[in-house]
Design a protein around this ligand. Structure first.
Ligand SMILES: [Zn+2]
Length: 49
């Protein structure tokens, strides 16, 4: 079963086709909107584990 990526900022499930994504330490993170992406980009270490 395919598991959708989860926006680590707000917890929403998002599609991999979203334009809002960031690469960090070799992983790709997906977001529901530009503000979640901006929040991640401000402090990626806090959210990537
Ligand atoms: Zn979000």
């Amino acid at each position: 079963m395919y598991i959708m990526p989860v926006d680590v900022i707000c917890g929403m499930k998002v599609k991999e086709s979203t334009p809002y994504k960031s690469e960090f330490q070799g992983n790709t993170f997906y977001f529901c909107c530009s503000s979640c992406k901006a929040e991640f980009d401000k402090n990626p270490l806090k959210y990537s584990r």
